[in-house]
Design a protein around this ligand. Structure first.
Ligand code: AMP
Ligand code: GLY
Length: 423
């Protein structure tokens, strides 16, 4: 029996807490900082994800055996390295890569070099800095529209620009290099545009072996028919019809295995999750991006489909014993519908009272941005609650989530009603 601390506060962390809570291997569960939903499953600790000293103290005070890191920021900032460097923390296992491996997400240039080095299919690119601007502009001219510009560093999901006109792309490249996204865009990856349909593939690895988790599709745009601004994700569906066995075999052979082998060859220690943001270009998978954590809201669908003990998989990843573990997947479909605050992803108000949670039936309400105010559960972020359901088909899972989405209310509530339209 072990004590687990989950770092993070979103729907992903609530869904992981829900799954972990079912494990016979769990003793006590803590979440830092967590949200109103996670407080129903474990003990929330009011410590932020980047507060390493606070996390250190929380881990020692609560005899934590394993820390599961939800978001990328603390991994890219070196939370795992911090624990490794401290003698009093060495008995605590961390699931999530060290800073070096986290560069797969923290630096687009690092990820692209890695993919090229290990012959992993991805878009053609050139990395540009102010010093190499003229080469960058020349590379842009060799591309055809639309033009893809990516800030090298973490930019909270906002660092990718897709531009139709060459002149505008040239201007944007200069603006990015001049600090449009701060330090994150001191280097810019200029990339070939790929057209196809996207999906999210996840693996858990101990650096040697890996297990593939259920594949999911995320809906990133705020508006129906994939229109309007990008969000953190408006919903997710798993499995994904086009990601069939043939496609997934290609993904494993051409992408997942070479990635794990590549990390080994490059002597990059890595344990935790690998998230492959893929695009199917006429049935051929290509990597759009790596992330070093699970997706949100994909996790709110994926957790429903993992039948095996999730804690056992986490222990396997932490201990280097993943080869001994098995992963069993539920055949049913899972669908997560995200309820968001009015105005999101632009400015929105917080603190709206959420009612009707007790009416949810045959679905799970995973909290994202929620908190207690004066004893009531209130909105506390743009993405508020993910409603996740099982179904024997995508339509069945979605209709159950939609039915329950109607039963929850808060001022300004919005959700997309067309998830799965493209599948
Ligand atoms: P990223 O932050 O790398 O996931 O990029 C955000 C979104 O931009 C992706 O989910 C894709 O929809 C789109 N995108 C990124 N790179 C490309 C590309 N090379 N071709 C087409 N679309 C892309
Ligand atoms: N849903 C996409 C992400 O977590 O980055």
């Amino acid at each position: 029996m072990i004590n687990i601390l989950i770092v993070g506060s979103g729907g992903r962390e609530h869904a992981m807490a829900w799954k972990i809570k079912q494990s016979p291997k769990l003793n006590q569960l803590f979440i830092a900082p967590g949200n109103a939903g996670t407080s129903l499953l474990g003990t929330n600790i009011p410590v932020g994800v980047s507060d390493f000293e606070g996390l250190r103290k929380a881990a020692l005070d609560n005899q934590i055996d394993l820390i599961l890191v939800g978001p990328e920021v603390p991994l890219c900032e070196g939370l795992h390295d911090y624990f490794l460097a401290d003698g009093s923390l060495q008995h605590i296992k961390i699931v999530g890569p060290q800073k070096l491996g986290a560069q797969l997400e923290g630096s687009k240039d690092f990820a692209k070099e890695f993919m090229v080095r290990h012959q992993i299919p991805t878009a053609k690119y050139s990395s540009v800095t102010n010093e190499t601007l003229s080469d960058g502009l020349a590379f842009l001219k060799t591309m055809t529209a639309p033009y893809v510009l990516k800030a090298d560093g973490l930019a909270a999901g906002k660092g990718v620009l897709i531009i139709d006109e060459l002149a505008e792309a040239e201007e944007s490249l200069k603006e990015m290099l001049d600090g449009q996204f701060g330090a994150a865009s001191q280097k810019v990856v200029v990339e070939e545009f790929l057209s196809g349909i996207e999906c999210s593939v996840f693996a858990i690895t101990d650096g040697n072996d890996y297990k593939i988790l259920p594949v999911a599709k995320d809906y990133k745009r705020i508006g129906e028919g994939d229109s309007g601004l990008n969000t953190g994700g408006m919903g997710a569906i798993s499995p994904v019809s086009f990601a069939d066995e043939i496609f997934m075999n290609k993904v494993e052979t051409l992408i997942i295995r070479p990635t794990v082998e590549g990390l080994k060859k490059d002597q990059i220690p890595y344990n935790g999750f690998l998230f492959f943001g893929l695009i199917s270009v006429k049935g051929e998978p290509m990597v759009i991006e790596y992330n070093v954590r699970l997706g949100d809201p994909e996790t709110e669908a994926v957790m429903l489909r993992i039948k095996s003990d999730f804690v056992d998989l986490l222990i396997g990843a932490a201990d280097g014993t993943l080869a001994e573990k098995t992963i069993e997947i539920d055949d049913r479909t899972a669908a997560a519908v995200m309820l968001v605050s009015g105005g999101y992803p632009g400015p929105y108000e917080k603190g709206k009272i959420i009612s009707g949670l007790e009416n949810v039936e045959n679905s799970f309400a995973f909290h994202a941005g929620t908190n207690y105010r004066n004893g009531e559960i209130c909105t506390d972020g743009g993405r508020v609650i993910a409603i996740s359901s099982y179904g024997n088909s995508m339509v069945e899972a979605l209709s159950l989530s939609y039915k329950n989405a109607q039963l929850i209310n808060f001022e300004g509530k919005y959700f997309r009603k067309d998830l799965g339209f493209d599948l």
